[in-house]
Design a binder for this molecule. Structure first.
Ligand SMILES: NC(=O)c1ccc[n+]([C@@H]2O[C@H](COP(=O)([O-])OP(=O)(O)OC[C@H]3O[C@@H](n4cnc5c(N)ncnc54)[C@H](O)[C@@H]3O)[C@@H](O)[C@H]2O)c1
Length: 271
């Protein structure tokens, strides 16, 4: 028995994920890849991704008619809005990479209600962040405080509110550019929303999980840090993720996190 899997999105994550899924033909059947624009997707479906070419479509109905059991979204918040409800209505489970889309309480409640009514599940990738297993277990044991710290080189904050508050080019020491709740961070710094939202949804929620964003001239690549205190103990986690060469704003590990989540749905032993 193979698991029938469909994708939304064929960018950095979608391509790497498709490659991983195609490498497991005994376990996975890729039924379709829904994209926004066909031409760039076709141009990417070459070499070891050639098998994806006939599966690409920009039409949702034929894509759903191929009866996937699990749909993986790796296309952005707008794609969650456009397709998540139809996917659940069609009786598929839905694995989301764009976890930041769930910082909208209304959207989260609607997806929860639809999944419950359809008897399906909405699953969230851990993506660029680690330690989610410990955090969710520690939440059940009782968590007191959780802080997510995002640390980037000053230039990486261009185009964010940090740019108007600080002279990014002139920073010579780590500088706190944002401190507040995960909900405020998602609103003011949407490019960081996926990781901050994942930590918050796994722990104390969007209002009680604290976020600090640092412009740090001492780091060359983006860093994620999580610190948590509770009945289960103290967690201090630091990740230095490599960017995906296809999209430097996405960590390479994200596609592998989605692949692992899919393979776990059809593995005899799951970790
Ligand atoms: N959870 C995490 O840690 C994490 C990390 C990185 C990225 N992400 C999320 O994953 C998303 C994809 O990342 P990426 O690096 O692959 O991006 P990308 O820009 O390389 O690719 C996006 C793909 O989605 C397609 N697309 C966009 N809107 C669509 C729509 N409405 N319907 C169908 N397809 C659509 C595009 O055509 C493209 O193929 C990001 O937007 C982000 O929300 C999550």
């Amino acid at each position: 028995m193979t698991l029938r899997v469909a994708l939304i999105g064929f960018g950095a994550i979608g391509q790497r994920l498709a490659r991983g899924l195609l490498a497991h033909p005994d376990a996975i059947e890729l039924t379709g890849v829904l994209v926004h624009e066909l031409e760039p997707a076709r141009a990417a479906a070459v070499g070891d991704l050639q098998a994806v070419r006939p599966l690409l479509t920009d039409q949702r109905e034929p894509w759903l008619a191929a009866r996937p059991e699990l749909v993986v979204e790796c296309a952005g918040h707008a794609a969650v809005d456009a397709h998540a409800e139809a996917v659940l209505h069609a009786g598929c489970d839905l694995l989301l990479a764009s976890v930041g889309a769930l910082t909208d309480d209304h959207r989260l409640a609607r997806l929860r209600a639809l999944a419950t009514a359809a008897g399906r599940q909405v699953l969230l990738v851990s993506g660029a962040i680690g330690g989610i297993d410990w955090l969710t277990a520690a939440r059940d044991a009782g968590l007191r405080e959780v802080v997510y710290r995002g640390r980037k080189p000053p230039a990486a904050w261009r185009g964010s509110p940090a740019e108007s508050a600080h002279r990014l080019d002139a920073l010579d020491a780590p500088t706190l550019v944002f401190k507040g709740s995960a909900r405020q961070a998602a609103r003011d710094y949407p490019r960081n929303a996926n990781v901050a939202a994942t930590v918050a949804l796994a722990t104390l929620g969007l209002d009680l999980t604290r976020v600090e964003l640092w412009a740090d001239p001492g780091v060359a690549e983006n860093r994620h840090e999580v610190e948590a205190w509770g009945e289960a103990g103290h967690l201090l986690l630091r990740l230095e993720n490599r960017p995906d060469p296809e999209n430097p704003r996405t960590s390479l590990v994200t596609a592998h996190s989605a692949l692992r989540a899919v393979l776990n749905r059809c593995s005899a032993v799951v970790l």
